[in-house]
Ligand binder design. Structure first.
Ligand SMILES: *[C@@H]1O[C@H](CO)[C@@H](O)[C@H](O)[C@H]1NC(C)=O
Ligand SMILES: *[C@@H]1O[C@H](CO)[C@@H](O)[C@H](O)[C@H]1NC(C)=O
Ligand SMILES: *[C@@H]1O[C@H](CO)[C@@H](O)[C@H](O)[C@H]1NC(C)=O
Ligand SMILES: *[C@@H]1O[C@H](CO)[C@@H](O)[C@H](O)[C@H]1NC(C)=O
Ligand SMILES: *[C@@H]1O[C@H](CO)[C@@H](O)[C@H](O)[C@H]1NC(C)=O
Ligand SMILES: *[C@@H]1O[C@H](CO)[C@@H](O)[C@H](O)[C@H]1NC(C)=O
Ligand SMILES: *[C@@H]1O[C@H](CO)[C@@H](O)[C@H](O)[C@H]1NC(C)=O
Ligand SMILES: *[C@@H]1O[C@H](CO)[C@@H](O)[C@H](O)[C@H]1NC(C)=O
Length: 330
């Protein structure tokens, strides 16, 4: 359980969005200035809000509908705030065995694979890529990191210093997040609003298993379940579905309100049994293995993945670790 690939998804995204090999120091000082600017902006906004609130109170105009915009997703409607049932809704519910492709390194260059689902990066893809996929009768899952701070996302400056904990091992600049923080949840709500505005059918929130790591916070499986419950209610409010990423310890606690599992390397780590509750309740396990020699794979390497009994019924793809366009299925 100690090899690097498990975290590759995050790193590749971070790498892709950080072209040019800037040093850790320059990243750090950039972060400092971004935080300073963010602080000043927040102060101005806070003063503005104070004035607005004062006016609202003294004006007593009683307009309670459509609560304020959580910052970021200016023109998108917020989900219904009174829906607290994490399973309710008409959102897309894919069946187990649904075929898929995942490309996170870049916008997919080939959108014509005969698969039902594309999992692509939320920030790096625009609404027209998503509508192209829809026109070909595909569903689109939008990937973002929900449990880590990445320095180069468009909204990175909105995180407060107190929101992020220790660095993810081996990835300078990327930090675990306090997923219980109100500010973190506001930013994640805005990411869901962005996903909705781009037309995503569902979302793939990564890094929800900080409880397994030295995060700097007292995260536990139950805080992860609480965070996913929060994300699920919000995603479903936008009529989007949402899945679990890895996090085998909380499969049983979340399979009832999440629509799929995205798993990396359960065959390699011999833990596919952890994820079977999804297929047993008719939901997909979107499963990735990274064979060493990809993109050229021996038939024995291929068979050891494709014939794994515990992964029977999973939507298995063989990928290269940078999650580029190359894919083979079983
Ligand atoms: C939210 O609650 C209000 C008041 O109970 C109700 O009128 C409204 O229909 C609810 N909204 C949704 C989307 O359920
Ligand atoms: C939540 O919604 C589901 C429909 O998905 C329904 O079966 C269930 O009864 C609801 N639960 C509550 C407590 O209303
Ligand atoms: C919600 O999504 C489902 C599945 O894609 C679709 O059939 C339904 O029409 C959508 N509902 C609304 C209100 O957009
Ligand atoms: C696409 O895949 C479906 C289901 O696997 C299959 O029935 C269909 O024939 C395929 N279409 C083409 C053009 O290969
Ligand atoms: C959307 O993204 C695609 C792929 O990166 C690009 O070719 C296209 O120009 C973009 N369209 C818009 C409207 O930005
Ligand atoms: C998180 O913890 C898992 C399990 O202990 C380990 O395999 C992985 O390398 C850790 N990831 C990071 C980024 O520290
Ligand atoms: C999370 O925050 C809520 C209030 O914001 C608090 O009641 C709860 O104890 C916190 N949980 C953890 C694990 O920090
Ligand atoms: C999940 O529940 C099943 C029984 O429904 C049990 O066999 C399995 O051990 C549970 N998984 C975990 C990680 O507790």
């Amino acid at each position: 359980m100690s090899s690097q690939p498990r975290d590759k998804t995050d790193e590749m995204v971070a790498t892709v969005s950080a072209p040019g090999n800037r040093s850790f120091l320059s990243r750090k000082s950039k972060t400092f200035w971004m935080l300073l600017v963010a602080g000043i902006v927040l102060l101005i906004v806070a003063i503005g809000l104070g004035i607005g609130l004062g006016v609202g109170l003294s004006g007593g105009s009683g307009d309670d509908s459509g609560d304020g915009d959580g910052g970021g997703g200016s023109s998108t409607p917020l989900p219904p705030s009174n829906n607290t049932n994490a399973t309710a809704g008409e959102y897309w519910k894919p069946a187990s065995g649904t075929s898929w492709q995942i490309v996170l390194q870049n916008p997919p260059t080939d959108t014509s694979l005969n698969v039902s689902v594309y999992d692509i990066d939320l920030f790096d893809n625009n609404a027209s890529t998503i509508s192209t996929l829809h026109a070909q009768n595909r569903k689109v899952i939008c990937y973002f990191s929900a449990g880590s701070y990445e320095p180069n996302r468009p909204d990175s400056s909105q995180f407060a210093e107190s929101d992020y904990g220790k660095e993810l091992k081996g990835w300078p600049g990327e930090h675990w997040l306090n997923t219980n923080s109100t500010n973190v949840r506001t930013i994640m709500s805005a990411r869901l609003a962005l996903a909705s505005s781009k037309g995503c059918d569902g979302v793939d929130p990564d890094n929800v298993d900080g409880y397994d790591n030295d995060s700097g916070f007292t995260l536990s499986p139950s805080t992860a379940v609480d965070f996913l419950n929060f994300l699920a209610i919000a995603a479903h409010g936008y009529n989007m579905s949402i899945g679990l990423k890895n996090a085998g310890a909380i499969v049983n606690a979340t399979v009832g309100f999440l629509q799929w599992e995205v798993n990396e390397q359960c065959v390699q780590y011999q833990e596919c049994d952890l994820f079977r509750p999804f297929v047993e309740t008719g939901k997909p396990v979107f499963h990735i293995e990274y064979p060493d020699s990809a993109p050229s794979i021996s038939s024995s390497a291929r068979n050891s993945v494709c014939d794994d009994a515990e992964a029977h019924g999973f939507s298995t793809v063989l990928k290269e670790m940078d999650l580029n366009d190359w894919v083979e299925d079983c």
